[in-house]
Design a protein around this ligand. Structure first.
Ligand code: ZN
Length: 413
């Protein structure tokens, strides 16, 4: 065989191999063996060093640096582990290893509750959640219906439950950040708990509960990458996904949000570039002034917060919202003695602009606009074991009921 034929054969071989290789990449589940999560305690002056590390070693920020906390959490790839740890040592930035092996923690997350037969004590796939919503609505036909608030980038329905017949609306959504599984599980718990213990309330209030506000991302955390946070829109760039909680139009593209498509806090090519953020804007917008309270539920850090995220400026309702928060924290503590902290977003966790809460408070005119960060404080982070789902649901529910009371007593009007 002369050279020419060999070359043609070589080309033919690659034509066959390239699609296979691409296919292989598309279906392979990311293996997090050897990935570590560190908590670092930089001084404000050392934040530049962390910034450099972040870019150079492609750190996945689990929890951004907060002035109040004085720390930040990030996941490090095995190939960069010693380089990152040596650099931290070199610059005398204290750190602790919070999760030794993310793959192992991820497996353990689904194994801590193998004996539980309770549906609400386990994490579920998007398909299971959608089936559950159908079943739940048909079991409670007089008070519950399934609603579709919009469609995701990949064409999935963004589903929710409308629970109750009352004139005032409490809108709750979970899972806008896909990897925060405990939030989605807590939304399911909340829906069921309302019917079980507070059905009297449902003639005065109507709850909307959206367990997965980012269904493409959530499905992807089960099929491909447990640590996926953003939407699945390539947005015309090399890196996929926009942070939906930086994509809202109020104070869009300001502090605490990134113009870099490859970061976890990418604010998108423009405000409301995402189908998922448009869906929330339009659906809640169409409910209008009936919406008296709103909450966007996240994890982790154990916090209950109100506007603003984009700056330290005090919001006009900080008196009432602060008082509600104080009661929420006490109610949560009363359930399992867990300490949550509370206050405005920018000073309690960190500045973040283009967020859901600032938008629905300012533009949506929903006075009682909140966001929460559920368990834990970092020991498991996004990989909270299943045996903590019900306790987290119970304490969160107590917090949500404080908000419901604030609607009923007119504080949120
Ligand atoms: Zn989040």
């Amino acid at each position: 065989m002369h050279e020419g034929t060999a070359f043609i054969n070589y080309c033919k071989m690659w034509k066959l191999l390239i699609p296979l290789a691409l296919f292989g990449v598309a279906v392979a589940k990311v293996d997090y063996t050897g990935y570590r999560v560190l908590r670092a305690y930089p001084t404000p002056e050392q934040l530049n060093t962390i910034e450099t590390l972040k870019e150079k070693y492609d750190l996945d920020i689990w929890l951004d640096y907060g002035k109040a906390s004085g720390y930040m959490d990030f996941m490090v790839r095995p190939v960069f582990r010693s380089l990152v740890e040596e650099t931290l040592d070199h610059f005398r930035i204290p750190y602790e290893i919070f999760i030794e092996d993310v793959e192992e923690a991820s497996r353990a997350q689904l194994q801590s509750n193998t004996k539980a037969t309770d549906f609400y004590g386990n994490y579920h796939t998007l398909e299971e959640i959608n089936n559950w919503m159908d079943e739940f609505a048909s079991t409670h036909q007089s008070t519950v219906s399934k609603v579709t608030i919009g469609m995701s980038f990949e064409g999935r329905n963004i589903n929710g439950l409308k629970i109750g017949t009352g004139p005032d609306v409490f809108f709750i959504h979970c899972g806008i950040h896909a990897r925060e599984w405990i939030t989605t599980a807590t939304c399911l718990y909340t829906a069921n708990r309302l019917l079980e213990t507070d059905s009297d309330q449902l003639t005065s209030l109507t709850y909307y509960i959206v367990p997965s506000a980012n269904p493409d991302g959530y499905a992807y955390t089960w099929s491909d990458d447990r640590m996926w946070r953003k939407t699945r829109n390539p947005a015309g760039t090399a890196c996929v996904g926009v942070d939906p909680n930086r994509n809202f139009a109020y104070a869009w593209s300001q502090e605490g949000a990134s113009s870099n498509p490859c970061t976890q806090t990418y604010y998108g090519p423009e405000a409301f570039s995402e189908s998922e953020t448009q869906a929330l804007r339009d659906y809640i917008g169409q409910l209008g002034s009936t919406v008296k309270a709103y909450i966007d539920i996240h994890a982790y850090s154990q916090m209950w917060m109100y506007p603003y995220g984009y700056s330290n400026v005090e919001c006009a309702d900080s008196g009432d919202l602060g008082a509600i928060t104080t009661n929420v924290l006490a109610a949560i503590r009363g359930v399992h003695r867990k300490r949550y902290t509370g206050g405005p977003i920018a000073t309690t966790i960190y500045p973040a602009s283009g967020t859901t809460v600032d938008y629905f408070y300012e533009t949506g005119k929903i006075k009682c606009s909140f966001t929460a960060e559920l368990r834990d404080t970092g020991a498991y982070g996004f990989l909270l074991p299943e045996d903590q789902i019900i306790p987290t649901g119970e304490e969160t529910y107590a917090g949500l009921q404080v908000m419901a009371e604030a609607i009923l007593d007119g504080t949120c009007a």
